[in-house]
Design a protein around this ligand. Structure first.
Ligand code: FAD
Length: 474
């Protein structure tokens, strides 16, 4: 891993003068620039070698977003570096990224770096940009979108209403709103079936659901954030962050799509990087213990002999306090899966696929046929039952799964993560507008999230414990 590049010497062959403060402003027409760079590389432990680069840069009408580059280079005497690394980059990254890479200005300083462009991170960026046009935000994700995420794909209407407030609810236009639930719960050795019909099917309830594949939903949110002005750092993995001695900003190391390390700086750092959050670890918060974790397995399949207007939850004895689910998508396709407490899973001897097969057989016995199973994928669920600070250090905050915002009872997290992102973005944007310290916005976010969800999350945790105890005594 290359940590720093210095000292730097370079020779440029420029067709014209560049005497402005921002070199990118000089590109007002189509140009071809050939630059030769000679770089000494060192890692933390000493000199690594030196590298020769030839870059061909094409700029068209001064728009840095359509710069095409063809860097080819060779690391000479390098330790552990690939000897030859031809690379091609075309129109990726932001203007800051290009300015930093090509002109070696100090890393760009942004107001906020959001690590993770899932529902929590993207909503945070959208909400902040809706609150203020002033804020510069880096939206960083190691994935390029669209990307898949193992999930039941159930988005609570409450989250959809939040998006509606932000003018972004077109994603739900062709999806039915589902208000009915079929649930089976075991009693002794018998299964009791419960049907929870929507009280008034014509009046949506905040607990109704849309089922939207995460590949589609997350892509929509991430694109919306970028369209609204967040700087696009998708395809960039967050590696490390260090806070300046004064506490004024963070310096972040990111790995770009070609494996090179780039740096950005930001006043505040937001961890929205999911269940295995690196931000959470770097800011000194322990991960959830097994008792406060579940693990889930999701698949897509065709189904027959079940209504398309109800969601199904089945609390099989082998899964309790987890359950199996069948959520209908369009065209008799469904999202089907199982969730189980991590501690139970680790104690047992079965793979997750075993529980899914078991669930499919259970449904068959109930008269529901499942066919053409595809897209099997698992993922951990950190539950909100473990004590955790949403503000691990001054200048940083956690949202979504990074802050274990998953209901201990239902395993839902999309709606909590989106609300956390919304509250944080809104509070920080407001501080920016009022000329206040951004930290005040982070404090407001922590308070607002606790007030809105703290009590119900605690009740869900208590109910989960009660169900576990019932299981042990039965
Ligand atoms: C099997 C299963 C079923 C579920 N079903 C439901 C459901 O039906 N309804 C519901 O509400 N919730 C459900 N959940 C929970 C829900 O999926 C999560 O709560 C939700 O995804 C949290 O969103 P997030 O934005 O916090 O994190 P994520 O969606 O996990 O996004 C985190 C992002 O961070 C990125 N990232 C991670 N590390 C780095 C890094 N080092 N650098 C850069 N980027 C990084 C990832 O690429 C990812 O895009 C389910 C979970 C599971 C596992």
């Amino acid at each position: 891993m290359e940590f720093q590049i210095s000292p730097k010497q370079e020779t440029e062959f420029h067709p014209s003068e560049n005497n402005g403060s921002n070199p990118l402003e000089q590109f007002t027409e189509t140009r071809l620039i050939i630059r030769v760079k000679f770089l000494l590389l060192h890692r933390r432990l000493g000199l690594d070698g030196f590298r020769l680069w030839v870059e061909v840069i094409l700029t068209v009408r001064g728009d840095p977003s359509i710069i095409a580059t063809l860097p080819v280079g060779k690391t000479l005497c390098g330790l552990g570096q690939p000897a030859v690394f031809p690379r091609l980059a075309c129109g990726i990254g932001s203007s800051n990224w290009f300015a930093h890479s090509f002109f070696m200005t100090p890393p760009p300083l942004l107001d906020m770096a959001v690590i993770g462009a899932g529902p929590a991170g993207s909503t945070c960026a959208i909400s902040a940009l809706a609150a203020t046009g002033e804020m510069s935000i880096a939206l960083v994700d190691q994935a390029t979108f669209p990307r898949d995420k193992a999930c039941g794909d159930g988005v609570r209407l409450d989250a959809a209403l939040l998006l509606k407030n932000l003018g972004l609810d077109e994603i739900f236009e062709d999806r039915p709103l589902i208000g009915d639930i079929r649930a089976t719960v075991p009693e002794g050795f018998e299964y009791l079936q419960t049907i929870v019909e929507a009280e008034n099917p014509d009046e949506p309830d905040a607990r109704d659901y849309y089922i939207v594949e995460r590949t589609v939903f997350d892509d929509f949110l991430c694109r919306s954030a970028i369209d609204k002005g967040a700087e696009d750092y998708t395809g960039h993995r967050f590696v490390q962050a260090e806070q300046s001695d004064s506490g004024e900003f963070w310096t972040l190391d990111l790995t770009d799509p070609f494996g090179a390390t780039i740096q950005i700086r930001s006043r505040i750092l937001i961890g929205a990087d999911g269940a295995a959050s690196r931000v959470r670890r770097i800011t000194g918060q322990a991960k959830n213990s097994d008792v406060h974790m579940s693990v889930g397995l999701r698949a897509y399949a065709d189904f027959e002999d079940f209504t398309e207007n109800a969601m199904r939850f089945d609390m099989l004895k082998s899964l309790i306090p987890g359950y199996g689910w069948l959520f209908p998508l369009v065209n008799r396709r469904c999202n089907i899966g199982i969730g189980i407490a991590q501690s139970d899973y680790k104690l047992g001897k079965h793979k997750l696929e075993y529980f899914l097969d078991d669930y499919i057989q259970f449904l068959q016995a109930e008269g529901i046929t499942i066919k053409n199973v595809t897209g099997i994928k698992n993922h951990p669920l950190p539950l909100y039952s473990q004590a955790l600070s949403l503000l691990p250090t001054p200048g940083s905050a956690l949202i979504g799964d990074a802050a274990a915002m998953i209901s201990p009872l239902t395993g839902e997290g999309i709606h909590y993560g989106m609300w956390a992102g919304y509250l944080l973005g809104e509070a920080v944007g407001r501080c920016m507008n009022e000329g206040k310290m951004l930290q005040e916005g982070l404090d407001d976010y922590e308070r607002a999230f606790g007030e809105r969800f703290g009590e119900s999350m605690r009740k869900c945790g208590a109910l989960r414990d009660w169900i576990r105890i019932q299981r042990i005594f039965s």
